[in-house]
Design a binder for this molecule. Sequence first.
Ligand SMILES: CC(C)(COP(=O)(O)OP(=O)(O)OC[C@H]1O[C@@H](n2cnc3c(N)ncnc32)[C@H](O)[C@@H]1OP(=O)(O)O)[C@@H](O)C(=O)NCCC(=O)NCCS
Length: 190
Amino acid sequence: MFELLPVEVGHARAVLAFERTNRAYFAATIGDRGDDFFAHFDDSWATVLALHEAGTCRFHLLLTETGEVAGRFNLLDIEDGAANVGYRLAQHLTNRGLATGAVRTLCHRAGSEYRLHTLHALAADGNLPSRRVLGKNGFRPYRPATAQELPGEPAHWYRRRLSLSGHAGGTAVPAVPAVPAVPAVPAVEE
Ligand SMILES: CC(C)(COP(=O)(O)OP(=O)(O)OC[C@H]1O[C@@H](n2cnc3c(N)ncnc32)[C@H](O)[C@@H]1OP(=O)(O)O)[C@@H](O)C(=O)NCCC(=O)NCCS
């Protein structure tokens, strides 16, 4: 069993262990956090907690039954009812649908608890697992990313409008929309 929970101060050691264990894996796909992140982890963790408390970001952990961090699923830069979604999963747990399910839960929470109406996500065109996770959760590409937004490789911004039923605070998790195939060239502009 896995559970998606908001961050708490006591999660620090488990998060650091997760980031250390999976450092090379994340570095290969979304870039390395850098040595300073690991050397001064307590500072960055304090920033995470402060942003979470302020409501500027909403950070969540996917936890195992034994309290290990399986993944991180976050709502970032929350403003005017919109947020950017970011996520990463432990390498040894990939390809079993965990990220798809956690993003589904995060989207529901974004509407029902945080009252957001729009979610954005940035994914490199070559990051097929991430594009698949987004597609299965109703995100659609709407514009190419600039070189400043994601240097070094083509990428697109994806968007999902949250339904009013999410805002109504119902307990049911919204059905996942039909799964589209990962397009060779992402569609652009709605
Ligand atoms: C992206 C990430 C979170 C996906 O986690 P996950 O738990 O493996 O995702 P899921 O199992 O829910 O779904 C992955 C989907 O991608 C598919 N997939 C995996 N590798 C693939 C590949 N090389 N080509 C095409 N599809 C692929 C899987 O088959 C699955 O689709 P399916 O359910 O239709 O079979 C994980 O790979 C990760 O943490 N990567 C590094 C960080 C990252 O890229 N974050 C996202 C930044 S935009």
